[in-house]
Design a protein around this ligand. Structure first.
Ligand code: NAP
Length: 304
């Protein structure tokens, strides 16, 4: 009977009922605990804020199952030699699709003009149709591709960019230039890795069409903050809706809070949902026990 250590104390109340139910549903006879002798632990369910940072004593652990989609805070841990999986959770994906679609439509339709209209201005200018509003998504993984499907379903022409070539997507530096040059709305859904840090620097922001809107639900360090503020102040970027930041919570004196062309949302674009995530964890433990490859295994060399 495998011993599972749930090593995310803050999240235990959410998972106390759902994880045992999902393990039972998967036909697994397991012991699920919140404290254990490290040498006896078969699987660790993990969140990066966990106090557990030294994996050395977990000598028989078959996998560390991360509850978050992003793994930048654990992937470089030198004591972690066990397989690491990340979270691809249907509930989380649904949340991200809703956040991205909602904020895309806000800017596409120019909703702010009508929601905040203190002078009661009657401006009957109609927005263009979605089919006339090119959108680019940087990062066409689990989340980027689901958002692309939803936006295409609304008729937005979506250009996708990823690290590796994929049918219908752009890749590489030339692909990035092309993807940025048409993006009236730019959505960043890349992981934080050494290659993606400051990807949107002043030079690349300058490639966007004048007035482009940026939505960043990926990770704060994807964008050079100072370059973004300068591009907003210069009127080159029309607005930035940011969910993620270099430091979270965003410090009270950060210029993003008061900038009229920045919307801050407090890292709420998409949360892992205990019911659906528990099923993903249970399926991975089932796979581990059956000797099958784990789902969503992180590649340490590429960092995601
Ligand atoms: P994923 O499935 O691993 O997809 C990552 C995508 O980024 C892939 O398309 C990958 O390209 C691309 N990529 C990685 N490095 C690249 C590079 N150097 N150049 C170009 N493309 C690169 O990840 P996901 O599940 O979609 O999640 C994406 C990110 O969203 C997470 O890492 C996390 O930071 C963020 N997130 C935020 C929230 C929130 O609440 N704000 C919630 C969940 C996740 P390939 O396809 O070629 O590998």
């Amino acid at each position: 009977m495998p011993l599972i250590l749930f090593a995310a104390p803050d999240l235990w109340p959410e998972y106390r009922d759902t994880l045992p139910a999902a393990l039972a549903e998967a036909g697994l006879d397991t012991t699920l605990v919140t404290e254990a002798d490290p040498a006896a632990v078969d699987y660790i369910v993990y969140a990066p804020a966990s106090p557990l940072q030294d994996f050395t004593p977990y000598t028989r652990t078959k996998a560390v199952l991360n509850l978050w989609a992003g793994v930048e805070r654990i992937v470089g841990n030198p004591t972690l030699t066990q397989p690491l999986t990340r979270m691809v959770d249907p509930g989380l994906t649904e949340g991200m699709v809703e956040w991205v679609t909602g904020h895309t439509l806000r800017h596409h339709l120019g909703m702010d003009r009508h929601i905040v209209n203190p002078g009661h201005v009657w401006d009957p200018t109609c927005p263009p149709l979605a089919r006339e509003r090119p959108v680019t998504i940087l990062g066409m993984g689990a989340l980027g591709s689901a958002c692309a499907d939803a936006l295409r379903g609304l008729n937005f022409p979506v250009t996708g960019w990823s690290r590796t070539p994929k049918p219908g997507n752009l890749h590489g530096e030339d692909g990035l230039k092309q993807a940025l040059s048409t993006a009236q709305i730019l959505i960043t859904l890349l992981p934080k890795t050494p290659e993606t840090e400051n990807l949107l620097n002043a030079d690349r922001l300058a490639l966007l069409p004048k007035g482009a809107v940026i939505l960043n639900p990926g990770r704060g360090p994807l964008i050079d903050d100072d370059a973004l503020l300068a591009a907003l102040d210069a009127g080159h970027i029309g607005h930035a809706t940011l969910d993620v930041f270099r430091v979270e919570p965003l410090p009270a004196d950060h210029p993003f809070w008061s900038h009229p062309k920045v919307t801050v949302t407090p890292h709420i674009a998409a949360d892992t949902r205990a019911i659906t995530a528990s099923r993903v964890i249970a399926e991975n433990i089932r796979r581990g026990e059956a000797g099958e490859p784990f789902l969503h295994r992180v590649d340490r060399t590429r960092g995601y």
